[in-house]
Design a protein around this ligand. Structure first.
Ligand SMILES: Cc1cc2nc3c(=O)[nH]c(=O)nc-3n(C[C@H](O)[C@H](O)[C@H](O)COP(=O)(O)OP(=O)(O)OC[C@H]3O[C@@H](n4cnc5c(N)ncnc54)[C@H](O)[C@@H]3O)c2cc1C
Length: 466
């Protein structure tokens, strides 16, 4: 079988991936991790949300001897973290994000060595330009960040493209390739780290929505959950799509919206490409079982929610950056209707919106994976005969400047917010490491200044980051 992309040596173990599970929470993709239903009375740190950001923070803090409890309203990785494409990529991102991805790559390697199989592979990521303008934008980006990126990132002229992907030669204007950028396996990664965290004493309480913080004199004293009270002096909110709603409950305004992306997977096919890549609208990732995750880079769906109506002006620059109305399509559908049912005020003795929306997803757009397959089949004809074996969708949450938040909250002692904004597997490990250090040592890594929450209220001019 001809494999055309670079660095296939990294694909060193082909494994079977778990099938989606039909549960009371809906269809879940991630391997099941058993949590407890018994609530501990106290903890050094309570983490709200068991996605990749919460689970990694728990792992790092437990390694340093902290008694950590993680509460999730659903299960471990029941929202975005099991639904991602899985790229760990520095390509075409800002200098700050490049730094995060490079640090995360080191951490992924170390975590996989420490914990065992996380599905992390460095098989390379390549974008193929569809127009002269697009190719020029690759060159401009590389020039602007050259001293910060991995030194092996290269621009390939059109005639050099055949070196890594014969199929695209003559059909593209050139490419940009990051030969050692990586990817994870969303159905495995978060679950495997959660199991490792459990071995280090982290307690995961599932089906346990945190309704709010117990604040006394602007200081965290504990959390109110649907199962009762946990006494603690430090809390990390790692609730991703729910950050705006959770923070608003404590009068903290986080300018955040979400879009819905749909994807699918197919089995391996003859003459398939290695690694990860994208050309025009379609993108792929080679999975560790040999199959492919397929998706569309364009056409993300933005539900008209109450927050979207309130914040749309602030988010116009990001929408433009993501390709305007072609990149992000405004949508009035099930998520809009659901949004109107989400309560915005509650008290800690009442059921909160987190209990009524245990595993939040959007409607699956079945055409996304199919369109991606058809576009890709023009170059890889054997893909045509393959059927999409699974389709799913998930939310991608963005802040107003498209940059993550990893920050103490100024007015509430002991409260921290962690939200990756877009690329949680590329930036999450580095952010979780820096935030854990902040909790442990109370000294701030200089890079955390960029990701501070107060930038949204301290008069900083907010430009969307690539
Ligand atoms: C289709 C798709 C493709 C993507 N592709 C990539 C990619 O290629 N590369 C990349 O790096 N990233 C990608 N992402 C983004 C990535 O998946 C996310 O950035 C990442 O998973 C966010 O992790 P998280 O831990 O912050 O949030 P989540 O995984 O969403 O976890 C948040 C958790 O908090 C819980 N929760 C919320 N509120 C409460 C509460 N009050 N009490 C208790 N629990 C609560 C939820 O149940 C949930 O489990 C993609 C996402 C999607 C959907």
């Amino acid at each position: 079988m001809k494999k055309t992309m670079i660095s296939d040596t990294a694909l060193n173990s082909i494994q079977l991936l778990p099938q989606p599970r039909h549960t009371a929470l809906g269809v879940l993709r991630s391997v099941e991790v058993k949590g407890t239903h018994v609530l501990p009375q106290s903890a050094d740190v309570v983490i709200i949300g068991a996605g990749i950001c919460g689970v990694l923070s728990a792992y790092y803090l437990a390694k340093q001897g902290k008694k950590v409890v993680v509460c999730d309203k659903g299960e471990i990785a029941c929202e975005s973290s099991s639904k991602a494409f899985g790229w760990v990529s520095q390509l075409l991102t800002s200098e700050h994000k490049v730094k995060l991805t490079r640090r995360s790559k080191c951490l992924w390697r170390a975590l996989q060595q420490e914990i065992g199989e996380l599905g992390y592979r460095e098989q390379g990521i390549t974008y193929f330009a569809e127009s002269a303008e697009e190719f020029q934008s690759y060159q401009d980006w590389l020039t602007s960040v050259q001293s910060h990126v991995d030194p092996d990132i290269k621009i390939l002229q059109a005639h050099e493209v055949s070196r890594i992907a014969t199929e695209f030669s003559g059909q593209c204007y050139g490419a940009i390739t990051a030969p050692t950028d990586g990817c994870i396996e969303p159905v495995l990664t978060t679950a495997a780290i959660a199991e490792a965290a459990k071995k280090r004493g982290v307690i995961f309480v599932t089906q346990c929505a945190v309704r709010g913080l117990d604040l006394q004199a602007k200081k965290v004293h504990g959390v109110f959950t649907e199962k009762g009270y946990i006494q603690t002096s430090q809390v990390i909110s790692a609730v991703n799509t729910w950050t705006r709603i959770f923070c608003a409950h404590h009068h903290i305004d986080v300018p955040q919206l979400y879009v819905i992306m749909s994807m699918g997977r197919v089995e391996d096919f003859k003459d398939s490409p290695m690694g990860c890549g994208g050309k025009g609208a379609f993108a792929w990732r080679k999975q560790i079982d040999g199959g492919y995750s397929l998706g569309l880079i364009t056409g993300m769906s933005a539900p008209i929610t109450r927050d979207a109506m309130k914040l749309y002006k602030k988010f116009l620059p990001i929408q433009k950056m993501l390709g305007g109305s072609k990149g992000v399509k405004v949508n009035f559908g099930q998520n809009t209707l659901n949004d109107w049912k989400i309560k915005r005020t509650w008290n800690h003795h009442q059921s909160s919106p987190f209990e009524t929306h245990r595993s939040f997803t959007g409607a699956v757009d079945l055409t996304a994976a199919e369109t991606s397959k058809q576009l890709m089949s023009q170059f890889f004809p054997h893909l045509k005969t393959k059927s999409i074996t699974e389709s799913w969708s998930g939310t991608v949450a963005f802040t107003q400047d498209n940059a993550p938040i990893a920050s103490a909250v100024n007015d509430i002692e002991g409260f921290y917010v962690l939200m990756a904004s877009g690329y949680g597997f590329s930036w999450g490990p580095a952010l979780a490491e820096m935030l854990s250090d902040l909790l442990l040592k109370q000294s701030e890594h200089p890079d955390l200044h960029t990701f501070r929450l107060s930038r949204f209220s301290d008069g900083t001019t907010l430009e969307p980051q690539l």
